[in-house]
Design a binder for this molecule. Structure first.
Ligand SMILES: N[C@@H](CCC(=O)N[C@@H](CS)C(=O)NCC(=O)O)C(=O)O
Length: 245
């Protein structure tokens, strides 16, 4: 009698523990997912890689031209992309979407534990902070700088300062986090989280600038290489290239 009750209780505990995993598995198998973005890497690429790593089959919709985007813009909650459609619901803001992908589809991308999740959140915000000076110089009016203040004549000064002073300062923060991490990833996880994906794609984009920033440290480069050599990312990029041929 006691043994039967014990076995039933253990089975109940096992089901409760497995439930979140099973829920995410069900989401991966059944959700109808569409990403809408431009046909560039930008803020869409971290979402593409996160979905690929989670094993979610998704429609990778890309505007054919700017007019197609402008026609859609008035209907978008914040007038911008990327947005992710999941079972008919539209989700906005790239970092919110990245967190959602982890919570809904794959906990390896965003920890269920609150104390670990807040670390990932901080790194996501820090990537955004690192980008902001460059983004302001590139997309002046969007950030509230009219042509009379920031223009072609002086934006390059901001970009040069960002590349030589601001960026190295931010990279130093990430280097310190990696020095404290037992793995190649920011939050000490065995596999990349959404923060690692966002940082890797951002650093890859910075490295393609002309002139490029100073070479990254070995630890930062290992993080970038870890994300880009993830089997799901390799397969996604190969598929993407095939589609563009
Ligand atoms: N904070 C937003 C920024 C989104 C954003 O800047 N989107 C740009 C493309 S990367 C856009 O929609 N640009 C067109 C426009 O603003 O008209 C996010 O992270 O999703």
């Amino acid at each position: 009698m006691f043994r039967t009750v014990g076995v039933a209780a253990a089975a109940g505990v096992a089901v409760v523990i497995a439930m979140p995993y099973l829920e995410r598995l069900l989401h991966r198998m059944t959700a109808k997912v569409k990403l809408q973005y431009f046909d560039i890497a930008g803020l869409g690429e971290p979402i593409r890689y996160a979905l690929a790593i989670a094993g979610v089959d998704f429609e990778d919709a890309r505007f054919a031209n700017r007019d197609e985007f402008l026609a859609k813009k008035p209907t978008l909650r914040f007038g911008q992309v990327p947005y992710l459609e999941v079972d008919g619901k539209e989700l906005f803001q790239s970092c919110a979407i990245l967190r959602f992908i982890g919570r809904y589809f794959d906990a390896s991308l965003y920890p269920a534990d609150a104390a670990m999740a807040v670390q990932v959140d901080a790194f996501l915000d820090q990537v955004k902070d690192m980008r902001v000076g460059l983004d302001v110089a590139k997309y002046k009016e969007r950030y509230g700088f009219p042509e009379s203040v920031l223009h072609e004549g002086n934006a390059q000064i901001v970009i040069d300062y960002w590349r030589t002073v601001t960026l190295p300062r931010h990279l130093g923060f990430f280097d310190k986090a990696l020095a404290d991490s037992p793995t190649n990833y920011l939050a000490g996880s065995a596999a990349p989280t959404v923060a690692d994906i966002f940082l890797a794609i951002t650093l890859k984009a910075f490295a393609a600038m002309s002139p490029p920033p100073a070479p990254y440290s070995a630890k930062l480069q290992a993080l970038v290489d870890g994300v880009y050599s993830h089997p799901a990312v390799v397969a996604f990029i190969a598929q993407e290239r095939k589609g563009k041929k």
